[in-house]
Design a protein around this ligand. Structure first.
Ligand code: UD1
Ligand code: MG
Length: 456
């Protein structure tokens, strides 16, 4: 059965995100749901998707002593309510940890698993739609290539009769390939009534959320289902499944970028973050990594082997190959950042050039300035960071160290190889290097002497 997605609904919707999993198969010091896909935690993806799908309130159910999971929840959704499930007694029990929020009887309740981060916004909306048409429970199914381990949908036409967990299924039921993806939507005024009736008389001694389908039907209500491709409900239990989710997410992000007018020369080699913004006619050459927080404006080019995070690149700028932009890098329009250049917390003005082998940290560089090869801002003394200000049209000669805090004036020059420790005024010259000494014939004499010593 398919339902149309309409974002225009005035119904209130509480999203309950189950994040109390132990995740032991990740073999990790950190909780499973905080592992990242495309630069964002799985939990973050799910919280963002339910919000985009129109949830008017969100709840995260977390395990005991999981301040890190609570913190991530608040970082993504400051208004989210957090409940702790003390004992892991099953998915229905986990949802009931949010009893207080369910008592408010929102129109719709949606249940999502925090370790299933590939569910799209549209799917959450699809799941809600039948509630407005009178269904009491909606479950999300998929045709499983290998159904082992999943709950099976027992159906009759459009109706969902029951969900049978693998461990409780008969041989005949195990032959069913239409499986439960885990997500559900429940009518808000009935959710607690259904959940409170779930019993734990099953193979795992757990309170199964899936049992609410049979409970709802026994009470004379309708339960239906929607079907999505298997990859949407791909759950993550180990690092191999995490990598598989990353592949799927990357393909989606690359596809969306290309459809919005971005050239990815070799898309399979470009890694994007969930929030990467690429403008029209941006060209990304092969082997570029976008960490979180990057925006590239129209027509800019990112050349091969560059690594960018927390950076803004204005229109028509050129970055790389082999450039590294770190958080707070802002590259002005038509500016150029060349090979082996690292830029952090620095504004580069329009048309400025930093073409080779340079580190700029905590600096501002005026428009049209030229920073020579091998320039280093010495921004850190082991305790504090200091700023370097370089004026418009300044010219910093190659292999210069600019010891911050320092100002190089507008249109000023810095002689190559300088260590600059004092400010250079506008249109002035800063020279900070040993004076050159020339000794005529020195090399010849040296060689003669050396040869004589060697013969002895
Ligand atoms: C669940 C479904 C199954 C479905 C499968 C899809 C139930 C009973 N079964 O099975 O029909 O095919 O997902 O992947 O719902 N959780 C808690 N507290 C608990 C138990 C679980 O927070 O006490 C959380 C887990 O962290 C996880 C989610 O709920 O995020 C699902 O639990 P899990 O144990 O993975 O259920 P499955 O056996 O996979
Ligand atoms: Mg599971």
């Amino acid at each position: 059965m398919t339902f149309s997605y309409s974002s225009e609904t005035s119904r209130t919707c509480l999203a309950v995100v189950l994040a109390a999993g132990e995740g032991t198969r990740m073999k990790s010091g950190k909780p499973k749901v905080l592992h990242q896909v495309a630069g964002r935690s799985m939990l973050g993806h799910v919280l963002a998707a339910v919000t985009r799908a129109g949830a008017t309130g969100a709840v995260a159910v977390i395990g005991p002593d999981r301040e890190d999971v609570a913190k991530e929840t608040r970082a993504i959704l400051p208004d989210a309510r957090i409940y702790v499930q003390r004992d892991r007694l099953g998915t229905a029990h986990a949802v009931l940890s949010a009893r207080e929020a369910l008592q408010e009887q929102p129109d719709d309740v949606i249940i999502a698993f925090a370790d299933t981060p590939l569910v799209t916004t549209e799917t959450f909306a699809t799941l809600r739609a039948p509630l407005a048409e009178g269904a009491a429970v909606v479950a999300l199914g998929f045709e499983a290539r290998d159904p082992a381990g999943y709950g099976r949908f027992i159906t009759s036409g459009d109706e969902l009769l029951a969900i049978r967990e693998h461990k409780d299924a008969t041989e005949a039921e195990r032959a069913i390939t239409l499986c439960n993806g885990g997500l559900m939507a429940i009518r808000g005024d009935l959710a607690l009534n259904f959940l409170d009736r779930v019993e734990n008389r099953n193979a795992q001694g757990e309170y199964y959320l899936t049992d609410i389908v049979a409970v709802a039907r026994d009470l004379g209500h309708r339960a239906v289902f929607a079907v999505v491709p298997e990859e949407e409900v791909h759950g993550i239990n180990d690092r191999a499944q995490l990598a598989a989710a990353e592949r799927i997410m990357q393909d989606r992000l690359r596809q969306a970028a290309m459809m919005s007018g971005v050239t990815l020369v070799a898309p399979e080699t470009v890694f994007l973050s969930h929030d990467t913004q690429l403008g029209r006619d941006v060209v990304v050459e092969p082997h570029v990594v976008f960490g979180p927080g990057v925006a590239v404006e129209e027509g800019a080019v990112v050349h091969s082997f560059s690594h960018l995070e927390g950076a803004r690149i204005a229109s028509g700028a050129n970055v790389g190959p082999f450039a590294r932009l770190r958080p707070g890098a802002s590259i002005g329009s038509k500016a150029k950042v060349g090979n082996f250049v690292e830029i952090k917390n620095t504004e580069l003005g329009a048309g400025a050039k930093v073409s080779h082998l340079t580190y700029l940290g905590d600096a501002s560089v005026g428009a049209e300035a030229n920073i020579g090869a091998g320039t280093i801002t010495c921004n850190y003394d082991g305790f504090n960071k200091y700023r370097t200000e370089i004026g418009e049209g300044a010219f910093v000669g190659s292999n210069s160290s600019l010891v911050a805090p320092i100002t190089i004036g507008r249109g000023a020059y810095v002689g190559s190889g300088s260590v600059i420790t004092e400010n250079v005024p506008d249109d002035g010259l800063g020279l900070g290097r040993g004076r050159q000494v020339v000794k005529e014939g020195w090399a010849f004499e040296f060689r003669e002497k050396a040869k004589a010593v060697k013969k002895k």
